[in-house]
Write a protein that binds this ligand. Structure first.
Ligand SMILES: [Zn+2]
Length: 312
């Protein structure tokens, strides 16, 4: 049997429902598998409701299968399992070919869809990168603040971002008497009963936009722009299967990745505000020296960088 490469199939039909199979010219719903062989695939189907198999003496309802052209010139739908039972390897080869073709068509369509609107995305991404307080600004502001922060503060920020926490508390160390009183009153303390040093925590607010410490939007956007440029060089009709699959995966996830970048830029804009910066001093687990530094942090919020010290 000669088996065509899936690229060589000129076209496969798409079947939205069973009626579209029954509407095929030369459709036969009662084919005797002993009397015919299968010539080529016409299409694959997968429905939500079962449809009767087109083989005589079967007619079992199936969810998915192959529509094939028979040696009698008729078209018949055959369930995946009974196709193998009645036609063996002949059926398996045609089904594989059709499924691969179908997958390839799906991938090509995905790639074409994104290519058709890529020009618009290119402009939007460049604007998101370069606009005032855009991704490039976020990237610079994050790097400058990272350079400025002592490692314990930076670590605390990244840990909170990783855990999805944003609330900060002022920790007040209680004296022995206060701690005793606190226990008597049943006040909750973070150290629990029996500890030597009790701490009372006063809620001080949220480090809004802290998620920016999970992913730098400038870097994410730069990577996305680079990947889009390589994606645009792919010719879906003439590239290798692996390259096509990669391009289709990129097209399928592109929009959600861009949405994520937009959210990250938005997070950065909300993080780099006087309100959030005033709460940085309440980061948990930092040294007294770091706390003093955070209290005196003189940040230029319009520029996204530390202000030059006037004393210097
Ligand atoms: Zn069947």
């Amino acid at each position: 049997m000669i088996v065509a490469h899936p690229n060589a199939i000129e076209d496969l039909a798409e079947f939205p429902d069973f009626a579209s199979i029954q509407a095929l010219p030369h459709f036969a719903g009662d084919v005797d598998p002993a009397a015919v062989s299968l010539v080529k695939p016409i299409g694959v189907y997968r429905f939500r409701d079962k449809v009767p198999c087109g083989l005589k003496s079967c007619h079992t309802p199936h969810l998915k299968g192959l529509v094939a052209l028979t040696s009698h010139g008729t078209a018949v739908n055959i369930g995946n399992i009974c196709g193998r039972n009645h036609f063996g390897e002949q059926f398996a080869v045609l089904l594989r070919m059709a499924v691969r073709y179908d997958q390839r068509r799906f991938q090509i369509n995905k790639v074409r869809e994104l290519k058709a609107v890529a020009g618009r995305y290119r402009i939007e991404m460049e604007s998101l990168m370069q606009s005032p307080k855009g991704a490039a600004w976020c990237n610079r502001a994050c790097r400058r603040l990272s350079d400025l922060l002592p490692s314990d503060a930076l670590h605390a920020l990244k840990e909170m971002a990783r855990r999805g926490e944003s609330s900060v508390y002022e920790e007040i160390h209680l004296t022995g008497e206060e701690a005793w009183l606190s226990r008597q009153l049943g006040t909750r303390s973070s150290q629990g009963f029996g500890s030597r040093e009790a701490v009372r925590r006063n809620y001080k607010g949220q480090l809004v936009g802290i998620a920016v410490w999970n992913d730098d939007p400038g870097r994410s956007l730069y990577l996305l722009q680079e990947e889009l440029e390589s994606f645009l060089k792919v010719d879906p009709m003439n590239c290798k299967a692996k390259e096509l699959r990669h391009a289709a995966d990129f097209a399928a996830t592109f929009e959600s990745r861009l949405t994520k970048v937009r959210e990250q830029v938005d997070a950065a804009r909300r993080f780099f505000t006087p309100e959030t910066f005033a709460r940085l001093r309440y980061l948990s687990g930092i040294t007294a020296g770091t706390r003093t530094l955070l209290e005196s942090l003189d940040w230029d919020f319009a520029e996204g960088k530390p202000r030059k010290s006037r004393a210097a």
